[in-house]
Design a protein around this ligand. Sequence first.
Ligand code: OSB
Ligand code: MG
Length: 391
Amino acid sequence: MAEAPTPPVERAAVLEVALPFLKAFVTGFGATSSRHTVLVHVVDAEGAEGWGEAPALDHPYYLPETTSTTFTVAAEYGLALAVGAASTRPQDVAAALAPIRGNTFAKAGIEAACWALTSARAGQPLAAVLGGSSGRVPVGESLGIASLDETLEEVELRVAEGFRRIKLKIRPGWDVEVVRAVRERFGDDLPLQVDANAAYRLEDAAALAALDAYDLLCIEQPLGYDDLEGSAALQARMRTPICLDEAIRSPAAARRALDMDACRNVNLKPGRVGGLLASLQIHDLCVERGVPLWCGGMLESGIGRAGNLALCSLPGFTQPADMSPASVLYADDLVDPTYQVDPDGCITVPTAPGLGFEVVRERITSRTVRFAEWDRAAGVVRERPAAEAWA
Ligand code: OSB
Ligand code: MG
């Protein structure tokens, strides 16, 4: 039976929104002190709407894409391709966006808005639309680099709050010492892992292999952001599973990494791999290969976290997600009420159709610094002064 046609897009916009941090996030690629994120809003001719987030970072030190390049590609190319798609269904929109090379965050943000719209139209939770069934998602915290005292204090707080595991950011000269201190203070049962954000070289293998003594769940992205060969060489010399983050930017890269034994654990971020559809493919691959999988984070607002949470309800997510609550990162969230971590370290997957959270339009409007809108009559996308957004 043919599916009923979906109504065409009536309005579509790309926004750059300032989302000030409570404190800078320090990692192996440096300090991230400013955070602007990109949002996508789509409304169809029957009034169904969807919001999506394209959470690249402000700078090109994590991956090549930045907030600014993501806004530009989404506004100048993505939006026009998306409104020209056969329908607003994510599969059709992803196919329409496929000619865009790289720029995974821009494509994922547009696709995410269409997933939320599709969920709203279907009257079904986004998690169910994605094929997920779990209602609660175990989460961990990712701690930025700080002093030893600050680190121990924060681990103590998060463990008391119920977080299911701790991830420490490391870099050369700040690795074994902090891991040893956390293990000594909190014991061997604390689920613990580290993330190097590509700060090491293969010549550092001895320092990294010293981490094998601490029973870590994984060591995330120790080597170059696109270095699968180096990662395979390092994995052959380490017992600790290597997890890849930066180096997996597509389903094809995930398959290559697993085929090469470049990693034995996978961090999946929808924005980094080009969207939820690509995420589902990587999920299925990890299930097929029996590889531990978990959902990473990009310090998203609740709009982006909503998609991550829905994705985490799929059965292949076997380890806790990176999902520090918005209250830890920002003065306030763009959704209200925001998601929260319960005392058992889980977040409840929303059941309301669409994003599953209420978007606070005034907060978005007041923080919008760039705005581009599809002009339906003219058939073009136009950037307009942020002050005139939604006017
Ligand atoms: O490497 O996982 C990472 C945030 C921004 C960019 C890269 C990373 C991170 C995190 C934060 O670790 C996790 C979160 O969003 O809670
Ligand atoms: Mg990482």
